[in-house]
Ligand binder design. Structure first.
Ligand code: NAG
Ligand code: NAG
Ligand code: NAG
Length: 102
């Protein structure tokens, strides 16, 4: 309980000091693509671990919602989950849930 409180205050502190960008753990984490730091970066969708956000242009504010799927050379495909600590899709056997806004 104490640890949770500390984490909570720490999160609030970090949020307050991250000027423009505030991570909303209740939102879907959709990035603003007009901000060029988001360009080409795979960003976690808090609501759907089978997909991630991807900005491929700054001309449109809305990112593409890309499904995690791996194409193997032998022609088979595997649906995967987006794993935020790696910033990429991984097999479900490797995937674990992580705290949003970590
Ligand atoms: C752009 O995004 C970065 C990373 O999320 C953030 O730190 C920065 O404040 C943003 N800039 C603007 C102008 O929103
Ligand atoms: C870029 O994003 C748009 C949607 O915003 C999508 O239709 C298009 O296929 C994307 N292009 C690439 C190369 O990913
Ligand atoms: C295709 O390759 C993947 C990865 O090497 C493997 O897991 C899968 O079983 C293969 N599928 C077939 C039909 O050979």
């Amino acid at each position: 309980m104490k640890a949770a409180l500390v984490l909570c205050c720490l999160a609030a502190f970090v949020a307050l000091h991250a000027a423009d960008y505030v991570c909303n753990r209740d939102g879907n984490n959709m990035p603003d693509c007009t901000n060029s730091t988001n360009l080409g970066v795979k960003i976690r969708n808090f609501w759907d671990p089978t997909r991630y956000w991807l900005c491929n242009s700054t001309t449109s504010a809305a990112p593409a919602s890309v499904i995690c799927v791996k194409n193997f050379d032998n022609g088979t495909i595997e649906y995967q989950g987006f794993f935020a600590p790696k910033g990429d899709c991984v097999s479900w056997s490797e995937w674990t849930w992580t705290q949003p806004c970590a």
